[in-house]
Design a protein around this ligand. Structure first.
Ligand SMILES: NC(=O)c1ccc[n+]([C@@H]2O[C@H](COP(=O)([O-])OP(=O)(O)OC[C@H]3O[C@@H](n4cnc5c(N)ncnc54)[C@H](OP(=O)(O)O)[C@@H]3O)[C@@H](O)[C@H]2O)c1
Length: 502
């Protein structure tokens, strides 16, 4: 960080901690109300101005009564109500740690009458999140409504436009509008915190933005959806079907009534897009991600993978390759011996492979009121302390356009499950097609107990065969399977699961 940048940060932290406006500070201390704006634009202050500011900051740094940080919370659901509860319960301890009181002064939700088990006496109620975001009664706006557009976007923009710091847990909003919002925050000289938007209670954004600031990230991958991890874990441990596990997940509140967004991998893709942008300094591109969900994973897949020393996990993975950035979300065979294979149930984990610290695995609760509210609170505390970092790790003007590495060129091992017609020579014909395309097979597994019936089979006698390939290009595998289907020896869609070397 340049000298002028660090001077600017210390001046802005000083101003914000005292609840002053930059103009008031400039007028009373620098004798120049526009001084702080000059600093923001990177203009060096005159040396006598700088000396005067430094002296004044020293004098004013003598113990002062810091003004409370007044927070407006929009959205009082699972996360929002928990946040208010924590702030009310732990307020004294937080004030002691921070030297400054944090006070929820205003809130907003749809229903005024809903019992949220929080004390809202003395707190101003707003029906409109945008009005709350702009209100003069708050210093910081917390968005916990959800949704990529609509009131969440309007309110976050309204706050940033007037230079008010924002904290949000909204991954959909960030994945879709993160770059524009980061730009808005930078232009207004304010902060945008979104720690809770990726992997709930795991401090992965802070680790990337601050902890690993100088490291170069080679690959990031993780289990970022607790619903999918819960389902796959139970399928593995108890031998029950996807449908049964999903029903239990819904009964326990781990899955939505419409689970599509989670089980089809889109939720993981949103989080991966945010992470990849922070890791590789590129623009966020959720629509460019290759996404496959877990709905086609069968007990046969789980069992064979287990016998071969693997577990199946829904991974989101991004890495820089010679062709651009590879971003993909799909069920993955991971070695049982890998650290991520041990992350079970609703837990999440994110692994970061860097040049200096090699692999770092952060694991913990990825969702739920208290873990998510704890990440929201961590952003609030940073802002209260005056910490300033560009929202996406680098200034948004420095983000590079996203260049997508084609999925067809992905190289790795593949697990292929086929429903083979029970006719002589079928397996030999398939092995020969693989050989023609240069695909080397590591294992061929046929077990009568693994029969997976395919609706397309009608009365055709089939047997289930699993092939494990050595490292091969995705395009070659797909073209070979298309040829095998044309040969007429298989019934239904082949199951293809990528193997990741970890
Ligand atoms: N839950 C988690 O574990 C988790 C984890 C990570 C991130 N997140 C993110 O955190 C955010 C909040 O999630 P949540 O689970 O707390 O959601 P939630 O329980 O559905 O709560 C949403 C809240 O927003 C309010 N709301 C909805 N539309 C509104 C509008 N037009 N104006 C004002 N208020 C409105 C609702 O009001 P009413 O209560 O009156 O209906 C409710 O209080 C989402 O972005 C989510 O992706 C959640």
């Amino acid at each position: 960080m340049s000298d002028i940048q660090s001077f600017r940060q210390s001046v802005e932290a000083f101003i914000s901690a005292r609840g002053w406006t930059p103009t008031r500070f400039g007028r009373t201390i620098a004798g120049d109300p526009l001084f702080v704006f000059d600093l923001r634009e990177g203009r060096e202050p005159r040396s006598e101005t700088r000396a005067r500011i430094s002296r004044a900051m020293q004098e004013f740094s003598e113990p002062v009564e810091l003004t409370p940080l007044r927070i407006g919370v929009a959205g009082l659901g699972n996360v929002g109500a928990t946040l208010v509860r924590i702030l009310q319960k732990d307020g004294v301890e937080l004030t002691r740690k921070l030297g400054r009181q944090i006070e929820v002064t205003a809130v907003c939700a749809r229903s005024r009458s809903r019992d949220r088990k929080i004390d809202l006496s003395g707190v101003t109620w707003f029906d409109d999140p945008v009005a709350l975001a702009k209100s003069d009664d708050i210093d910081l706006f917390v968005e916990l409504i959800g949704g990529e557009d609509g009131p969440a976007l309007a309110a976050v923009k309204a706050a940033l436009e007037i230079g008010r710091p924002v904290v949000t847990a909204n991954k959909a909003l960030l994945a879709r509008h993160g770059v524009a919002l980061a730009r808005l925050a930078e232009e207004a000289g304010t902060q945008l915190g979104f720690e809770a938007a990726v992997a709930g209670g795991i401090p992965v954004i802070k680790t990337l933005r601050e902890g690993l600031g100088s490291a170069s990230i080679a690959r990031v991958y993780g289990i970022m959806n607790g619903t999918c991890n819960y389902i796959l874990t139970r399928m593995g441990n108890e031998g029950i079907s996807f449908a049964e596990c999903l029903k239990d997940a819904q009964a326990l509140g781990y899955a939505e009534a419409d689970p599509t967004f989670d089980v089809e991998g889109y939720d993981t893709a949103h989080k991966l897009a945010i992470l990849a942008s922070l890791c590789f300094g590129c623009e966020i591109a959720p629509d460019e991600i290759f996404v496959e969900g877990i709905t086609r994973i069968s007990q046969a897949d789980i069992k064979v993978a287990g016998d071969l020393g693997y577990k199946i996990k829904l991974l989101g993975l991004a890495r820089r390759s010679a062709d651009g950035i590879e971003q993909r979300v799909h069920p993955t065979l991971v070695p049982k011996s890998s650290a991520i294979a041990g992350v079970d149930g609703v837990l999440n984990a994110v692994a970061l492979e860097t040049d200096h610290v090699h692999e770092l695995l952060l694991a913990g609760p990825g969702a739920g009121g208290p873990p998510t509210a704890s990440s929201v609170l961590s952003d609030i505390l940073d802002i209260a302390r005056g910490t300033k970092v560009p929202p996406l790790g680098v200034p948004s003007a420095e983000l590079t356009p996203y260049v997508q590495a084609p999925m067809r060129e992905h190289e790795g091992g593949y697990y292929i499950r086929l429903n083979l017609k029970d006719v002589p020579g079928a397996l030999a014909a398939i092995a020969s097609r693989m050989g023609e395309r240069g695909i080397s097979l590591e294992s061929v597994i046929q077990r009568p107990d693994l029969r997976v019936t395919d609706p397309a089979a009608d009365n055709t006698q089939t047997r289930t065969v699993v092939l494990l390939t050595q490292s091969t290009m995705e395009a070659t595998v797909r073209e070979t399977l298309a040829q095998i289907a044309l040969d007429g020896f298989i019934v239904g869609e082949p199951q293809l699961i990528r193997i990741e070397t970890l």
